[in-house]
Design a binder for this molecule. Structure first.
Ligand code: ZN
Length: 370
């Protein structure tokens, strides 16, 4: 079993979460961005007070962006508020580190893909694949091949009028690649993320903190996967709490074939599985992995809370099919996880879903929609 070295897993993060009841400049900044995105707020709150209308606006923004609808402005929601403010042409785009992110990058990816160039997933992150597609596009139109998307390249893109309404090419390509996958489970690296960590315990309950329960499940899942012949990679240890981006990077660097992030639900009963997706795009491979794990867990009698799209950084920044599993409700059902038989069934259900995903090719299907 591979375990991430402690030096990579240590992290000094100081992200302040902006929440209802807060007041001040950072709340005013959030409000300014919400208003620019078309949300209306109660004038009484515009002095930088996080009141009910701000909460409502944050929640509706989270729904639209496929983020957890908790009404809190944490790292993901804040990043998306910033990214949503960029339209294509607002700034010059090019490959740099850290990668540029934003709705302008996503619009660029969508157009290039619609024209037959291959940016990879339409994730709104300008990485190497998108850079190659930009250069390929510039080569095709006889433009200077500099990888810089300024007014000239945007003008050329606009003149070619790619069909923005067509199904996303990135989704079609990923679905095609999925059908040629088979027999990849033996020896494949499978990343296992125990949700939360030493700095953030997640949900607290009489059955233990979420971070403790997820690590316990993650270790058992790693053992099960190893016994079945794959190579599990645990993304954190008991005393660490890497950021979601660091976890994604670890899995990418290890060349993982699949990633499963383990969480528990708050008060809800039953299982749900999330895969990368926004309103306009999603990962068909992530969806298939989610469905296979979901089906197995529901087969144990857990209530079916379904599979859904989620745009959190861990799912967005990972290159491999990735799924966040909420195994069951921690407060309502956490006691069941102390039952060895049930716990073993849960582990086998998740491992079996991953094994099937990596072993059995997907059925041919029509062109997936967006
Ligand atoms: Zn959680």
């Amino acid at each position: 079993m591979l375990v991430v070295p402690a030096i990579l897993a240590c992290d000094t993060r100081a992200v302040r979460i902006i929440r209802p009841g807060d007041a001040g400049d950072d709340v005013r900044d959030v409000q300014r961005r919400l208003i620019a995105l078309g949300r209306s707020l109660d004038p009484d709150e515009l002095e930088g007070r996080f009141g009910p209308s701000t909460l409502e606006a944050v929640r509706s923004f989270q729904t639209e962006r496929r983020l957890p609808e908790d009404g809190l402005v944490g790292p993901d929601t804040w990043a998306q508020l910033v990214e949503a403010g960029y339209g294509l042409g607002d700034r010059v785009l090019y490959l740099r580190y850290p990668f540029l992110r934003g709705d302008d990058v996503r619009a660029l990816q969508r157009r290039l893909n619609a024209l037959g160039f291959d940016t990879g997933r339409e994730d709104g992150i300008l990485g190497r694949e998108t850079d190659s597609a930009i250069r390929e596009f510039q080569r095709n139109i006889g433009d200077a091949i500099d990888g810089i998307v300024g007014p000239d390249t945007i003008g050329a893109l606009a003149r070619l009028r790619p069909d923005d309404a067509a199904p996303s090419r990135a989704v079609v390509r990923e679905a095609e690649a999925l059908r040629s996958m088979h027999g990849e489970f033996p020896g494949a690296v499978v990343a296992i993320d125990a949700g939360h960590g030493s700095d953030d315990p997640g949900i607290s309950s009489p059955h233990g903190d979420e971070s403790i329960v997820t690590l316990d499940l993650a270790v058992a899942l790693a053992q099960e996967l190893e016994a079945r012949g794959s190579v599990p990679l645990l993304l954190r240890a008991a005393d660490s709490d890497p950021t979601p981006s660091e976890r994604a990077q670890l899995a990418n660097d290890a060349g993982a074939f699949a990633l499963v992030s383990l969480h528990l639900a708050d008060d809800a009963l039953g299982t749900s599985c999330a895969f990368f997706g926004t309103a306009s795009t999603y990962s068909p491979a992530g969806e298939r992995l989610a469905q296979m794990i979901q089906q197995n867990l529901c087969g144990l009698g857990l209530a079916d809370r379904g599979t859904h799209r989620l745009a959190i950084s861990l799912l967005r920044e990972t290159k491999m099919p990735a799924v966040e599993v909420e195994v069951c409700g921690l407060r309502a059902e956490g006691n069941r996880l102390h039952d060895n038989g049930f716990r073993r069934d849960v582990i086998r259900a998740i491992a079996g879903g991953i094994e099937r995903f990596l072993s059995v090719p997907a059925e041919p299907a029509g062109v997936p929609g967006t």
